[in-house]
Write a protein that binds this ligand. Structure first.
Ligand SMILES: O=C(O)c1ccccc1NCC(=O)[C@H](O)[C@H](O)COP(=O)(O)O
Length: 275
């Protein structure tokens, strides 16, 4: 088994954050970004709920599991094409070292789309939530595997005070303890970050435990999202039938020459086979 890449990512992120907070202290960041701090956000949850396809199309240049997917990808080509071709929301990977992204990508995407934007990064501190809001995000990802339940609730609560929705990602049943009243969407990651093994059926395997937990803790009603390794429109149809209402897809689109066009034919196949 490979070492857990998350440990390496988190160690790197802590150092990166120290530099960022020194270079741009919070009060300076807020002063520079007043336009986005004041803007009303778009609801990712509502956009997914009302769509028949509910695709969250990801902007991802490279990944630890696959290396470079689309090294020269530019936001101004891909994000408008995602919107034109039926995405319900976009996920922007803002981590630079491991994913080749940046906060600049998020800022640029905000200028080019009215789709809800998810800041996809490894959030450890509320400073990163302010960054997300300042750069134009509508939602943030919180990863249960790198947070304890108390920090997770504090971050989710802070995100809400900024008007940001929260997608909580889990991979294992034990991580359900990170659910809290501020979680809008619950994502099951099909990728094991130790082995990189990615099985779409993982979402279905974990579903009974998730449903039982939600049934027990009646106050939580997150929208269910499935994340990673989705390559076949038939998987979207099958997972939708089981109750998933969001499909986070990166590699399937980003490894192609024209991610927007690939999204278009993916959605067309989903909708033509849905009945
Ligand atoms: O994608 C990776 O290799 C990866 C490794 C370590 C932490 C996170 C990772 N991916 C982030 C994601 O959540 C995915 O980009 C997202 O779910 C889309 O997955 P895919 O459709 O398989 O690109």
């Amino acid at each position: 088994m490979k070492h857990d890449i998350l440990e390496e990512i988190v160690a790197h992120k802590k150092i990166e954050l120290q530099h960022q907070k020194k270079a741009v202290p919070l009060h300076i960041m807020l002063g520079l970004a007043s336009e986005n701090m004041d803007r009303p956000t778009y609801s990712m949850r509502e956009s997914l709920e009302k769509s028949d396809s509910s695709i969250i199309a990801e902007f991802k240049r490279k990944s630890p599991s696959k290396g470079w997917l689309h090294p020269k990808a530019v936001v101004s080509d891909i994000i408008p094409a995602y919107q034109a071709n039926g995405a319900s929301a976009c996920s922007i990977l803002t981590d630079e070292h491991f994913f080749g992204g940046s906060l600049g990508d998020l800022k640029k995407a905000r200028q080019l789309t009215t789709l809800p934007l998810l800041r996809k990064d490894f959030v450890l501190e509320s400073y990163q939530l302010f960054q997300a809001k300042a750069m134009g995000a509508d939602a943030v990802l919180l990863i249960a595997a790198i947070l304890n339940p108390e920090d997770c609730e504090m971050l989710a609560n802070t995100a809400h005070t900024l008007g940001l929705e929260v997608l909580l990602e889990i991979h294992r049943e034990e991580e359900l303890k990170c659910l809290n009243p501020y979680v809008d969407m619950l994502g099951i990651n099909n990728r094991n970050l130790g082995s990189f093994d990615t099985q779409v059926n993982h979402s279905l395997d974990l579903l009974p435990a998730v449903q039982a937990y939600l049934q027990k803790e009646k106050v939580y009603t997150p929208l269910l999202i499935t994340e990673s390794g989705i390559r076949d429109p038939k998987d979207v149809i099958r997972l939708r039938q089981e109750g998933f209402r969001g499909f986070l897809i990166g590699e399937t689109f980003m490894k192609t020459e024209n991610p927007g066009e690939t999204l278009r034919s993916f959605i067309q196949t989903c909708t033509s086979h849905a009945d």
